[in-house]
Write a protein that binds this ligand. Structure first.
Ligand code: FE2
Ligand code: FE2
Length: 482
């Protein structure tokens, strides 16, 4: 019998949910497994499938010592179903059912809503693996290659996490949705992934680091809100996913940080003071700071769209139902029902951006997005400390939330990165100074040459300060010829 803490690695599917005693779900998952393996081979990382990669695998779900590092061939990674331990006596923390015992089964009245939440979250997980599948060929080091693959296998495991919930709690509908999650593909014109940012390309490593910094952080915010759920299996699933997710944002934040650091070093060595002297900076084989800023503008705006419309009855319903809470709901001190409360929302009114108090229940997407922005700012501040130490005046800034939007209040207008509204012709004239250009992509792409020797790094990125699992600088993270 599973005690919920140790992971059973005996069967085909590692788990701490007692799969051995649950023949129906075990069979459903074992039936789904070959399709998943096919998907991984067809849509997962290109190449390196036979290489030994120094990966971490979860061995426990407690706070300490939950992972073990070892050489693994990616197709043999033990994707498992891992839930954080059950909290004794937990009650629904918010919404109309606040204070009632949490649900261990799907509440019938909220079944459709819950299924939709699981499918949307589930769809993003394999999507990012698909988006990143070509990056192995141009990795700037073994260290980075290993980090890419770690993120990829864990996104694969997150798909398993959602598929388990679908198959265990939604019967036949759940099995059908689980099949669909393997059938949709990122950027597929006939059957794309569900959300816009997950159909964009990730053509180079700067894009990869930006994606993990911004878009995986949306993942963190969504998981944090779902970790509050009154549907206890979802809460426990998301709590464990969050422990893995932290590494993905670490990869993004330190990746961009190392790029900035290398650019500053190269500029200093060459005696270039002006960061906007792009031609001279690029001639050094490093990525100029204005290009990094344009990439920030793009990835930030694409990621904001993932939060949905600022004002949303659907978000209110999901909260009221007790299915999805706010970021760190358990640390907030209001009544957790928000019936008479308001929340300030930026809106477009008569051609101007104004701040308006809106019923708090309808503005939960906005609130989660604000929490995301605050979390993002902290990372940007750390990038700016690198710039400050390097003695340059240049700073990375987040663009205004109205900039380059496809969804919500500002989808219908153009705004520059300061939030000034622009007519279409003014936007067309200035877009190239605010968003990455074809020339930017061409330049960044020209730097993407693989560096596979142990301990070596491409010239456009600084080595990390410490290795993964405290390994030394020349550690062999990927045995490439294996
Ligand atoms: Fe994920
Ligand atoms: Fe992630």
């Amino acid at each position: 019998m599973s005690d919920g803490m140790t992971i059973d690695y005996d069967g085909l599917i590692p788990n701490n949910v007692g799969l051995n005693e649950d023949a129906r779900v075990r069979k459903a998952l074992e039936t789904w497994h070959p399709g998943y393996t096919d998907w991984w081979k067809k849509m997962g990382p290109v190449g390196f499938q036979d290489a030994l990669v120094y990966l971490r695998t979860a061995v426990g779900v407690g706070a300490e010592g939950w992972a073990r590092f070892d050489y693994v061939k990616m197709p043999e990674y033990r994707w498992g179903i891992l839930l954080a331990p059950q909290v004794e006596g937990r009650t629904i923390p918010f919404g109309a059912h606040k204070g009632e015992p949490v649900w261990q089964e799907v509440p019938g009245e909220h079944r459709a809503m819950l299924r939709r939440l699981l499918v949307i979250q589930g769809d993003t997980e394999p999507a990012s693996v698909e988006q990143q599948r070509h990056l192995g060929a141009t990795a700037p080091s073994q260290y980075d290659l290993r980090n890419l693959f770690q993120v990829n296998v864990e996104e694969g495991r997150h798909l398993w996490a959602m598929v388990y919930l679908l198959q265990k709690y939604f019967g036949r509908d759940g099995r059908e949705e689980a099949e669909e999650l393997l059938r949709r593909h990122s950027g597929d014109p006939d059957s794309p992934r569900m959300l816009g940012a997950f159909n964009e390309r990730t053509p180079d490593w700067l894009s990869f680091f930006m994606f993990t910094f911004f878009t995986d952080r949306d993942g963190k915010m969504q998981l944090a809100a779902l970790a509050q759920s009154g549907f206890d299996p979802l809460s426990r699933t998301c709590r464990f996913m969050l422990t893995e997710e932290a590494h993905h944002m670490f990869v993004g934040e330190t990746g961009v940080q190392r790029i900035i650091q290398r650019t500053c070093e190269a500029m200093r060595e060459a005696g270039i003071d002006d960061p906007t002297d792009v031609e001279r900076v690029r001639a050094l084989g490093v990525i100029d700071l204005p290009t990094i800023q344009r990439k920030v503008n793009l990835h930030f705006s694409l990621t904001l769209d993932l939060f949905g419309s600022e004002i949303s009855t659907n978000a209110a319903n999901v909260f009221n139902a007790g299915l999805k809470g706010r970021y760190r709901e358990d640390r907030l001190t209001d009544d957790h029902q928000l019936l008479g409360d308001t929340y300030p929302v930026l809106r477009l009114e008569d051609g101007a951006i104004v701040c308006e108090d809106v019923p708090a229940l309808s503005s939960l997407n906005m609130r989660l997005r604000d929490d995301f922005v605050a979390d993002t700012e902290a990372g940007i501040a750390r990038w700016n400390r690198v710039l400050e130490r390097a003695g340059t005046e240049f700073r990375i800034r987040l663009p205004h939330v109205a900039f380059n939007r496809r969804i919500g209040e500002f989808a219908a207008v153009h705004a520059d990165s300061d939030g000034t509204l622009l007519a279409a012709d003014a936007w067309a004239a200035r877009a190239d100074s605010m968003l990455p250009t074809a020339e930017d992509y061409r330049f960044v792409n020209s730097l993407m040459k693989p560096v596979h020797e142990r301990g070596a790094y491409a010239g456009w990125i600084a080595p990390p300060r410490i290795g993964i699992d405290n390994k030394p600088g020349d550690f062999e993270y990927v045995k490439i010829e294996a």
